[in-house]
Design a protein around this ligand. Structure first.
Ligand code: PEP
Length: 258
C-alpha cells in the first residue's frame, strides 16, 4: 500500500457558469460523500467558488482556487489573495499552471512567492511544473522540471512545505489528448522526489504527493496511477463531466487500496 493518500484534482479552467459548476460539484460530492480512500479536490472559476462551496458542504470534496496573488490585500486590481481564498473556503490553490506561465507571464520567482504566501495562510499549494515539447525533444525535461520545483520551494524548509502538492504536467500533454507513457511519467516523478529529498530531507520527500497531469481520462488513469511515484492526477478536460471524472476518482481509490 502506498504511504501517500492519492489525490484526484479537477481543474475546471475558464469553464462553467455558476449553475453548471453547482450541478457538477453536486454530482461529485454525491459520489465522494464523507470521504474516500483518495482525496478529491475541485478548482472552479473564482466566480463559482461560493456556489461550489455550498454544493460540497458537509462532504470530503476539497475546494481549490486556480491562482492567487501573494499579497494579502492592497491596490492590486483584479487579484485574489490567499487570505481571501481562505475566507472563500479554499483549502487548496493551483499555482504555476503552464497556461499561466505561457499566457500571463507567471515566473518561477512569482510562483515561489505565491507558494510561500499560501503556506502562511494554510492554503495548500498545488504547484504545477512541466516541460514543453521542444524541451523534451532536446533532452532537457529533467533540467527544466527540477529547476522549476527547486525555484518554487527555494528558501522554504520541509516544515513550512509540509502539505505541498506537486503536479507534473508535461505541457505537450495538456489538452492535446497525448499522454506521457506511464513509465516516462514515473521516471520524472521519481526524479522530482529524489531532488526534493536532497533539498529538503528524505522524510518530507517520501510524504509529498506528486500528481500527474496531461490528458488523464478514465481509460488511462489506472495505468498512470499504478506507477509507484504517481500519487494522483490533476485533470483538466475530463474533470468537466462527472461521467468522466468519477471513474478517475475511482482509479485513485483503487491505487489507495492496491
Ligand atoms: C490541466 O490543465 O491541468 C490538464 C491536465 O488538462 P487536461 O487534462 O485537459 O490535459
Amino acid at each position: 500500500m502506498t504511504p501517500r493518500k492519492p489525490m484526484i484534482a479537477g481543474n475546471w479552467k475558464l469553464h462553467n457558469t455558476i449553475a453548471q459548476s453547482k450541478e457538477l460539484a453536486r454530482a461529485i460530492a454525491a459520489h465522494v460523500g464523507q470521504g474516500l480512500a483518495c482525496d478529491v479536490v475541485v478548482a472552479p472559476v473564482a466566480t463559482s467558488l461560493s456556489a461550489v462551496r455550498e454544493a460540497i458542504d458537509g462532504t470530503a470534496v476539497g475546494l481549490s482556487a486556480q491562482n492567487t496573488y501573494w499579497e494579502d490585500s492592497g491596490a492590486f486590481t483584479g487579484e485574489l489573495s490567499p487570505l481571501l481564498l481562505l475566507d472563500a473556503g479554499c483549502g487548496y490553490c493551483i499555482v504555476g499552471h503552464s497556461e499561466r506561465r505561457q499566457y500571463f507571464g507567471e515566473t518561477d520567482a512569482g510562483v515561489r512567492k505565491k507558494v510561500a504566501a499560501l503556506l502562511v495562510h494554510k492554503v495548500v499549494p498545488i504547484v504545477c511544473i512541466g516541460e514543453s515539447l521542444e524541451q523534451r525533444e532536446a533532452g532537457k525535461t529533467l533540467d527544466v522540471v527540477l529547476g522549476q520545483i527547486e525555484a518554487a520551494t527555494d528558501g522554504l524548509d520541509a516544515v513550512a512545505l509540509a502539505p505541498l502538492v506537486v503536479a507534473y504536467e508535461p505541457i505537450w500533454a495538456i489538452g492535446t489528448g497525448r499522454t506521457a507513457k506511464a513509465e516516462d511519467a514515473q521516471e520524472v516523478h521519481q526524479a522530482i522526489r529524489e531532488r526534493l529529498g536532497e533539498l529538503k530531507g528524505q522524510s518530507w520527500a517520501t510524504s509529498v504527493r506528486i500528481l500527474y497531469g496531461g490528458s488523464v481520462k478514465p481509460s488511462n488513469a489506472d495505468e498512470l496511477l499504478a506507477e509507484p511515484d504517481v500519487d494522483g492526477a490533476l485533470v483538466g478536460g475530463a474533470s468537466l463531466s462527472a461521467k468522466d471524472f468519477i471513474p478517475i476518482i475511482d482509479a485513485g481509490v483503487r491505487r489507495a487500496e492496491s
